[in-house]
Design a protein around this ligand. Structure first.
Ligand code: AMP
Ligand code: MG
Length: 419
């Protein structure tokens, strides 16, 4: 039996990042850059005005004051998107809009609110230093600069940077297609008839959600019955169409648990078939012609926890992420816990944070079939293998699995940080 750490290491050592593909910019959202991106432009491309106002030579109004205003002749108007070829001479000003390029000769901009305009020209009442209200060429990005590095996930700001630097196509790691197979004679579809002995294959849904959340492309292959033939058919199809296979159920020691037999029949190299963990002890990892195949136990929470701990990091490695794991925080346990030695425990918890301190409680019954306590959880409490009793008030490592559950109902500036 592998330890949790050994199992994870073995999996990560066996999955390489997938190949690189060029993707149109909008489709790159939430994916991962496969190369460093260097800008071949300056942003802004030229010095431009930060205000609606007047561009001029600062020396012309050096002496301006309320008592002794200075009037300059307005010689042109430069709208945003416009451009002036004229060199601004001494005694001249150009009306200029925000974002418009500064005309040659000008070195400062005075905003519209600070001047008066009449038939004589534009009148200034105070000096304006060189460079005031001017955004410099390249102040954001210079030509040749590395704007984003390989391994960066693309969110809204990264989309914007890529757009601003003219990257209509983006080099990304390909996302794996993940086949999802539920196994079990007792399983029905969500709209099936819940006659005696039948249950809905909820794993088909939790695993689908987890695959999408991990950044891969789900390929739901439905329910395989607990027969050699049906399992063979499902795994064969999955092998042809997917980069990763996740099957649920059929890896325990029951009479109808045929998954491993079928895998061997297909020539799979079974790397391990149990992990010293709860839930999810019979978690199985195999390579099918190099294709990673994960057999998660059928119990709904065992399936989800196994996915969280092993399959999600594997998918993130395949898609080029540098950060493979959830954020882990230390939290104060608000209840005592006991466990069996020799197994790492993953408990469903509710994490709350206030003023930089976290506290955590379990979300109720921790049976591996109790999906409700998973649905109420926003974190996984990790209890190390060697521990047996954990006192209330002690610290535990907690993996944050759902940031949205830490979201607030009030904006942060209303929440208790007043002086
Ligand atoms: P197994 O790992 O096949 O022995 O299944 C263990 C338990 O998980 C049994 O109670 C199954 O009914 C349940 N189970 C198996 N597959 C699923 C599934 N796809 N959705 C929900 N529960 C399942
Ligand atoms: Mg089964």
């Amino acid at each position: 039996m592998k330890t949790v750490e050994e199992a994870l290491q073995e999996i990560l050592d066996s999955v390489p990042p997938l190949e690189i593909e060029q993707v149109t910019l909008l489709d790159s959202l939430n994916r991962v850059l496969a190369r460093d991106i260097n800008s071949s432009r300056f942003i802004p491309p030229r010095d431009n005005s930060a205000m609606d106002g007047y561009a001029l030579r600062s020396e012309d109004i050096m002496s301006a004051s309320r008592q002794r205003p200075v009037t300059l002749r307005c010689v042109e108007e430069i709208p945003a998107g416009g451009y002036s070829a004229r060199v601004l001479a001494s005694g001249e000003a150009a009306r200029i809009m925000t974002g418009a390029p500064i005309p040659e000769g000008a070195d400062t901009v005075v905003k519209i609110e600070d001047v008066t305009v009449d038939a004589e020209g534009v009148t200034f009442y105070a000096p304006s230093e060189k460079g005031v209200n001017i955004r410099r060429r390249g102040e954001d990005v210079v030509d040749g600069e590395t704007i984003l590095t390989k391994g960066t996930p693309i969110g809204p700001a990264q989309l914007g940077m890529l757009a601003a630097t003219g990257n209509a196509l983006v080099p990304l790691y390909r996302r794996p297609v993940v086949a999802i197979i539920a196994t079990g004679n007792e399983l029905i579809e969500v709209d099936g008839d819940p006659s005696p002995g039948k249950i809905v294959s909820s794993n088909s849904y939790t695993l689908y959600g987890q695959v999408v959340e991990a950044g891969a492309v789900p390929l739901p292959l439905g329910i395989a019955r607990d027969t050699r033939e049906d399992l063979l058919a499902h795994f064969t199809l999955a092998k042809e169409r997917a980069d990763v296979i996740v099957s649920s159920g059929g890896v325990s020691m029951g009479d109808y648990d045929y998954v491993r037999d079928v895998l061997r029949e297909l020539g799979a190299e079974v790397r391990f078939e149990s992990v010293a963990q709860r839930p999810g002890k019979p978690f199985t990892f195999a390579l099918l012609n190099g294709l990673p195949l994960f057999g998660v136990p059928g119990n709904p929470v065992s399936a989800m926890v196994s996915f969280e701990q092993y399959i999600r990091p594997a998918i993130r490695k395949m898609t080029g992420h540098r950060a493979l794991f959830r954020r882990t925080v230390k939290a104060t346990l608000e209840e005592p816990l006991t466990k069996k030695g020799g197994f790492t425990y993953f408990l469903r918890g509710l994490l709350t944070g206030r003023d930089g301190r976290f506290t955590v409680t379990t979300t109720g019954d921790q049976g591996s079939g109790i999906l409700k306590s998973m649905a109420r959880a926003n974190c996984i409490i990790v209890l190390p293998r060697h521990m047996t009793t954990i006192e209330s008030g002690s610290e535990a490592a907690v993996q944050v699995i759902d940031n949205s559950l830490l979201a607030a109902t009030e904006p942060g500036y209303l929440e208790g940080f007043s002086a």
